[in-house]
Design a protein around this ligand. Structure first.
Ligand code: ADP
Length: 399
């Protein structure tokens, strides 16, 4: 059975095609500059990458082109579109109603449209991407896999903000959590490695966007992210958690509008804001190694916040069986893993520095130092495969 996974952004459409019987990714690619001119990169393992600049006036044109490519005699991976059994769509936000992955029908789409006000950036392109795919593949199940759904089991005391309760009732202001598909995937893998589905696991997804999740009994119990993906640890360009009055003070003092302030905390803060060098962790590390003090400070702030959240989740879970690092920084930056895990022996966290330093890229590895109570892992995330697995399960049930 072949499953196509689609992740639509405002001007992009990423896709991966999986052969689920063999657990293989057949090809993947990214359509970019949709609505402007158009550009595609298509990659199949073992073959040369394909690049082209077709016209992509909208998502419909992009998905049409992708289907042509997937079935192309030379470049393709399948004989015909009919081989695609179902499509899995990634949605960042499912509000309070989409609490699990589901086959998307008119009701679900109407609900996703109704929550665009709380998901203005990701919602509209994901809905357009879905509609475009549904139009060209009308007869197969289209499954929505929603990042926030992993947090649908959070207790009210974990998701209600201590502001007037009416604002939750009226405006749905609450903690939703993000990156749930990644956290669900790596926490599931860690539970498998521990041989304990009820394990207490703290997962650190540290990439351009970063978040930390506490999982127990296979369910998320807390997340560092909040109403939007702006909360929690500092990120490439996002500030992470701030005293809220920093925002209102700045608006008053600098005369900033709401939009300008959002741009400041979303696009000019985090690693970029502090270092003044780059939002990319590799560049910041390199600058720090050359003696740039603000770059070194940016990395120290990141480590400080990651440690703080691990500690708070350890308290919340009343212990931890595993700590997991994933995503671009978590999987690749051995220095950061070393710094985060330093001086955490009181919590039973300690890693073997040699194993950490030699940790092979793109592979699962256990870093736990001898005698440490908490097992520490690097587990490469694979959100697309998680989406494909959910899609396969729901498509089978939908038959
Ligand atoms: P996204 O959130 O966009 O999916 P990724 O998970 O790909 O992002 O993470 C991107 C981040 O990972 C960037 O900050 C990048 O610098 C960082 N990264 C990638 N490789 C390395 C590396 N070898 N060392 C340090 N950071 C790395």
């Amino acid at each position: 059975m072949k499953i196509l996974v689609v992740n639509a952004g405002s001007s992009s459409l990423k896709y991966q095609l999986f052969d689920m019987e063999r657990g293989l990714m057949l090809c993947k690619g990214n359509c970019e500059r949709i609505g402007m001119d158009g550009m595609i990169t298509h990659k199949c393992p073992g073959r040369e990458d394909f690049h082209a600049t077709p016209a992509f006036p909208d998502h419909r044109a992009a998905i049409g082109y992708v289907l042509g490519l997937l079935t192309d005699r030379e470049l393709g991976s399948i004989g015909s579109v009919a081989e695609i059994a179902a499509v899995g769509h990634r949605f960042a936000h499912g509000g309070e109603r989409l609490r699990a992955s589901s086959v998307l029908g008119a009701d679900e789409i109407a609900y996703l449209e109704s929550i665009v006000p709380i998901n203005p950036l990701h919602g509209p392109p994901a809905i357009s991407g879905f509609k475009a795919c549904k139009e060209v593949m009308p007869d197969i199940p289209h499954v929505g896999v929603v990042d926030t759904s992993y947090y649908s089991g959070l207790e009210p005391h974990a998701y209600i903000y201590p502001i007037p309760y009416e604002l939750y009732e009226k405006d749905r202001i609450r903690r939703y959590g993000f990156h749930g598909t990644s956290h669900r995937y790596v926490a599931g893998k860690a539970a498998e490695l521990l041989g304990d589905p009820s394990a207490k696991i703290i997962t650190c997804h540290l990439g351009n966007g970063s978040s930390i999740t506490a999982t127990m009994n296979g369910k998320a119990v807390d997340t560092s992210m909040g109403f939007t993906p702006q909360d929690g640890v500092p990120m490439g360009t996002r500030s992470g958690a701030l005293d809220p009055t920093v925002v209102t003070y700045l608006m008053k003092k600098e005369g900033l509008t709401a939009e300008e302030t959002e741009k400041l905390i979303n696009g000019r803060s985090g690693l970029l804001g502090v270092s003044g060098v780059s939002s990319d962790c590799r560049d910041v590390r390199e600058a720090a190694a050359k003696g740039n003090e603000r770059a070194a400070l940016a990395m120290k702030i990141l480590v400080h916040h990651v440690k703080k959240i691990i500690g708070s989740f350890y308290a919340e879970l009343n212990g931890a069986d595993a700590l997991v690092f994933t995503a671009g920084i978590g999987e690749n930056d051995r220095e950061l893993r070393k710094e985060v895990c330093a001086d955490m022996t009181a919590l039973g966290i300690a890693i073997d520095e040699e194993v950490n330093a030699a940790c092979p890229r793109g592979e699962t590895a256990e870093l736990t130092a001898k005698g440490a109570a908490v097992r520490t892992f690097v587990i490469p995330t694979n959100e697309e495969y998680m989406i494909a697995l959910d899609t396969l399960r729901l498509a089978a049930q939908n038959k």
